[in-house]
Ligand binder design. Structure first.
Ligand code: HEM
Length: 500
């Protein structure tokens, strides 16, 4: 009797799951998409070459007019590639759950602002928003200047050299900046080109992408049993050891200062200068009775800031150098503007000066349009939605094709052309508000948008007023590759001349 009941229950579960899937697939089959193999779906095309991942997804999305459907194994995904199709989703206050890729980031980044959802995300967002207050960001401009000048110093020795890859140097600079602003430590990565921490970040990013496209690595057991399991644990230990070490040091300093001072006042840091870093704010918050943050929560947020805050900025600076190096007339316009805003001689760039650099900002935006660090964003629907007249059932995984949205000729005529003027004047004001979304949009947009823009402007301003940058690569020669962010696999090869 027991076995009969068990069999009946199992049969019932199986039938209801099959029926649920049938209803879901029936709705999604109305959406155009490439032919899919039984069981495997479109997995083979996606697995075929990770180098081609971006191009493969772009090709898939061409199957519909802004909306297309693919299968990874049995799992359906919907690709959205027009601004009109993503507006409803991005502005929703309830459809805020991230897609599967984020599941694989959790061992490293924990439950943080980037990876959480629902009530946890809402309360974290409320908690962390004040950390990005303009007053706090203004204090960071000093760090941006100091680290950018270190990069300029490093590059002085490359003047007149044959073309060299600037990407690793820019990435180390942006890592130094986020370490100093997030944790208050100057790790001077720029003088450590072997930087083990960065190697661990790259190793983990690579592993997360491998997991995403290999269904047999999706479960933790599958990963542990595979040859990647050991590497995953080693990378996690290295990454967490660094952030936990920095938290411990900062907490000791914080407690010491607190014992000396009224805890409501600003904390004295860095040899007497008043500058709060993100970690101080988290430590302060963790002590408020109504908003406790455990050490684990703090580690998750710190790791998230470091990941989200350095690679995206570095790749954008690199792509901007590529574009400006290939377009000398546009570079000259930037330098003229810098001259007008900053004058001659050595200067420390202030936040007021940054506001005057409108053409440099337009160049950065155009670099973000052509090469968005996050060329696609993923979401999972925990309730049904409708877009472009199609019903999307609960549980559907969505891929927002930022790369395609940014190259839509209806919004950006001659879309492959580098033309920063698109972001100035009336043309910019006429465009659809969701046609340019490098920082995403709506309630789950990038919390570090202002921080990132200020940092990129300071670093590029120092570089461009010191050096004339030349680049002779084509876009194909960059070897665009989608890792966790979009990267130029073959580097950005530039030459430098000192400006007169
Ligand atoms: C060029 C620079 C940057 C770009 C293009 C960028 C882009 C993005 C995008 C597209 C998202 C949404 C991700 C998604 O929905 O899946 C995001 C979220 C986020 N970014 Fe950025 N980001 C940049 C710089 C930064 C910086 C400098 C920081 C921190 C200092 C930062 C911290 C975050 C965090 C914490 C989130 C999660 C926000 C939430 O879900 O509430 N980002 N970013």
């Amino acid at each position: 009797m027991f076995f009969e009941t068990l069999l009946f229950v199992l049969f019932f579960i199986f039938v209801s799951m099959a029926f649920k899937r049938y209803r879901k697939v029936r709705l999604l089959e109305r959406i155009p998409g490439p032919p899919a193999l039984p069981l495997l779906g479109n997995t083979l095309e996606l697995l075929g070459s990770r180098k081609q991942l971006l191009q493969t997804l772009i090709n898939f999305s061409k199957h519909g007019n802004g909306i297309a459907r693919i299968y990874l194994g049995l799992k359906p995904y919907v690709l959205l590639s027009k601004c009109r199709s993503v507006e409803g989703l991005l502005t929703s206050n309830v459809l805020i759950e991230k897609g599967r890729l984020y599941d694989f980031m959790r061992p490293w980044l924990g439950i943080s602002l980037l990876t959480s959802t629902g009530k946890t995300w809402k309360s974290r967002r409320r908690l962390l928003t004040p950390s990005f207050h303009f007053k706090i960001l203004e204090d960071f401009v000093e760090v941006f200047n100091h680290q950018a000048l270190r990069l300029v110093d490093k590059l002085q020795s490359r003047v007149g050299d044959a073309p060299f890859n600037v990407c690793p140097l820019v990435e180390l600079c942006s890592l130094d900046i986020i370490m100093e602003t997030a944790m208050g430590v100057d790790i001077n990565a720029q003088n450590d080109e072997e930087c083990n921490y960065l190697k661990a970040v790259h190793g983990m990013s690579d592993l997360i992408m491998k997991r995403h496209f290999a269904p047999w690595l999706h479960s933790d057991i599958g990963l542990k049993l595979s040859r990647l399991g050991k590497k995953h644990s080693e990378l996690l230990s290295a990454l967490h050891a660094m952030s936990l070490g920095a938290i411990k040091t900062r907490r000791t300093a914080y407690n010491k200062l607190k014992a000396e001072k009224d805890s409501n006042k600003d904390i004295q840091t860095d040899g007497g200068k008043k500058r709060l870093v993100f970690l101080d704010i988290l430590l302060e918050t963790s002590e408020q009775p109504d908003r406790p943050l455990s050490d684990e929560n703090i580690r998750a947020e710190v790791d998230t800031f470091i990941f989200a805050g350095h690679e995206s900025v570095a790749t954008t600076i690199n792509f901007a150098l590529f574009l400006l190096g290939c377009h000398p007339q546009i570079q000259t316009r930037v330098v003229q503007e810098l001259h007008e805003v900053l004058g001659e001689g050595d200067v420390t760039i202030t936040s007021a000066a940054l506001r005057g650099m409108t053409f440099l900002e337009a160049c950065i935006k155009e670099a973000l349009r052509l090469f968005p660090p996050f060329p696609f964003l993923s979401r999972r629907l925990h309730q049904p939605a409708v877009t472009d007249g199609y019903q999307l059932p609960e549980g559907t995984d969505i891929i927002i094709m930022v790369y395609c949205i940014h190259r839509d000729p209806e919004q950006f005529p001659d879309p492959d052309n580098f033309n920063p003027d698109r972001f100035l004047g009336a043309e910019a004001a006429k465009r659809h508000p969701f046609s340019f979304i490098p920082f995403s949009a709506g309630p789950r947009n990038c919390i570090g948008k202002k921080f990132g823009m200020m940092e990129m402007k300071v670093v590029l301003a120092h570089l461009l007023r010191t050096f004339e940058v030349t680049c002779r690569q084509t876009v194909d020669e960059l070897g665009l590759r989608k890792e966790l962010t979009l990267r130029p696999e073959h580097g950005v090869m530039i030459t430098l001349q000192r400006r007169g």
